[in-house]
Design a protein around this ligand. Structure first.
Ligand SMILES: N[C@@H](CCC(=O)N[C@@H](CS)C(=O)NCC(=O)O)C(=O)O
Length: 481
């Protein structure tokens, strides 16, 4: 049940090769190069800063994109999937070739895992190591059950952790998450809104080795960019450092285990201040950093997603777009519609400060999920027969739902696994290696349960729930109109 990605240009259908088999995934080329917007409005607060350091790159890998049980496998310029010949080769850093771990991902968020022949083997290994080891461990290797991380508690358990905080005029200030007069959670607009363009007309020209991504495996917004970077084969073009999963008393931080190898910062906030010494606002991931200007280009995930998708084709191993120009309006409208009730809706539910605000958010969330479940009954993906940026935006919320949002954010009317279409859809996406390799349940669970003391004062990370994202998804039977 495999098909091959044979070309970097034009329409490529991939999927089962047997007679009469439906393609499991199609990636199509072409985009108009426009960097789309759509996030909350804001100013470009870019001010060149004054830090520096070596740019380290993880090299791109020709590899395999597994589209899931019963689905096809993309080979070629996508990412390092579990194809035996490709395993272990992570890439080149400062001229060195590093060899990464060899186990395919298989996180199930539970002890053991796997079962049937379609499923990944039981998890083993862990996270940690150097920059490339980090990538390898975090993005390539299987995951230990959460309990194995208890030995690390002293490293990242921060007894003095406060709820949250922000920079005001470049100085760190602890404060509460903002809510309106009715207790509704209010997400701040992101302020760095520069854009990288292919032709450099924006002031930031796409280039190999110029841009660096700061991201957290825990964060749904950041994971969008990690998935796209993998899918497009940009791991050798845009380097990456991950933050420690647990928020410190000064927001996202780096640690011995998760160092900032580019700028040597201890906290992400320091990079915001380097970029703009008078920055006022929250310190969020993802951050797209320009190593030339030594500043932040953008901290808006949706816009970074689009830049990586559409502006780096001169360097991407895979030129197919997840937002082809002829579908752009539909994809943008779909991403827009997901934001309030779903992507932000889980936070509106979890961070609500009044019963009314909570109920309003949780109802809107489940109404939307019910509607997406229906929509996906006869559509393979959100915008039709091909995977798009919109699916990435839905996935990163769905995959956190049952292990975290259901409990921690009280989004508990239903689980995703109970939905007839959303459950299998989530499994299908998880089984694509770029999604799986960037999904780390240890980071996800530790982040949420340990970083919000007002929601979980004990900071104990629950053991469950059991997840079985490697179960066959059967989505190849869904034929989009
Ligand atoms: N609109 C931003 C939101 C990013 C965001 O809120 N990230 C969260 C991580 S899940 C964060 O960094 N929160 C820290 C804070 O708000 O202090 C985007 O899409 O990039």
């Amino acid at each position: 049940m495999r098909g091959a990605l044979t070309a970097a240009m034009g329409a490529v259908r991939v999927g089962p090769t047997g007679p009469g088999a439906a393609p499991s995934l199609e990636l199509r080329g072409g985009n108009d190069g426009r960097v789309g917007g759509g996030g909350a409005p804001g100013d470009d607060g870019r001010v060149p800063g004054g830090c520096g350091g070596p740019t380290r790159l993880s090299a791109g890998r020709a590899a395999t994109l597994r589209t899931g049980a019963g689905g096809g496998v993309l080979r070629g310029a996508l990412d390092g999937g579990p194809e035996p010949a490709m395993r272990g080769v992570l890439g080149v850093c400062d001229g060195r070739t590093d060899t990464g771990p060899t186990a395919p991902g298989g996180a199930t968020g539970r002890r053991g895992g796997g079962g049937g022949s379609e499923r990944a083997p039981p998890s083993r290994g862990g996270v940690g190591g150097s920059f490339l080891g980090e990538l390898g461990s975090s993005l390539m290797q299987d995951h230990e059950p959460i309990t194995s991380f208890r030995g690390l508690d002293s490293e990242s358990a921060r007894a003095d952790i406060r709820e949250m905080g922000r920079l005001i005029d470049g100085r760190w200030t602890s404060d509460e998450l903002e809510t309106d007069d009715h207790g509704r959670f209010l997400r701040e607009a992101t302020l760095f809104r520069g854009s990288v363009t292919r032709d450099g007309s924006s002031g930031f020209q796409a280039a190999r080795g110029r841009y660096h991504l700061y991201a957290s495996l825990a964060c749904p917004w950041a994971q969008r960019t990690l998935i796209l970077r993998e899918l497009k084969g940009l791991t050798g073009v845009i380097s990456l450092n991950l933050t420690d999963p647990v928020l410190s008393d000064k927001s996202w931080c780096f640690s011995e285990r998760y160092p900032d190898e580019l700028n040597g910062a201890s906290h992400l906030a320091d990079l915001y201040v380097k970029a703009n010494p008078r920055y006022t606002g929250r310190v969020t991931v993802p951050v797209l950093w320009d190593t030339r200007e030594k500043s932040i280009v953008s901290n808006e995930s949706r816009e970074i997603l689009r830049m990586l998708d559409c502006e780096f084709d001169d360097f991407a191993e895979n030129a197919q777009s997840l937002c082809p120009s002829e579908q752009r309006a539909e994809i943008d409208a779909t991403i827009d519609a997901l934001y309030a009730p779903v992507n932000d809706g889980v936070y509106r539910s979890g961070f609500a400060k009044s019963q009314t605000a909570y109920e309003e958010a949780v109802r809107a969330l489940f109404e939307a999920l019910d509607a997406y479940d229906l929509r996906l009954r006869d559509r393979r993906y959100l915008c039709g027969p091909t995977l798009s940026e919109a699916d990435i935006c839905l996935y990163t919320t769905l995959v956190r739902f049952d292990p975290v949002y259901h409990y921690h954010f009280k989004c508990n009317l239903r689980r995703i696994s109970e939905y007839a279409s959303l459950g299998p859809y989530l499994r299908e996406l998880y089984q694509i290696s770029a999604f799986r390799r960037t999904t780390d349940f240890e980071h996800i669970k530790r982040h949420y349960y340990m970083s919000h003391p007002s929601l979980n004062p004990s900071r104990i990370v629950p053991e469950g729930p059991p997840l079985d994202l490697d179960a066959p998804h059967g989505r190849e039977r869904v034929v989009s109109p």
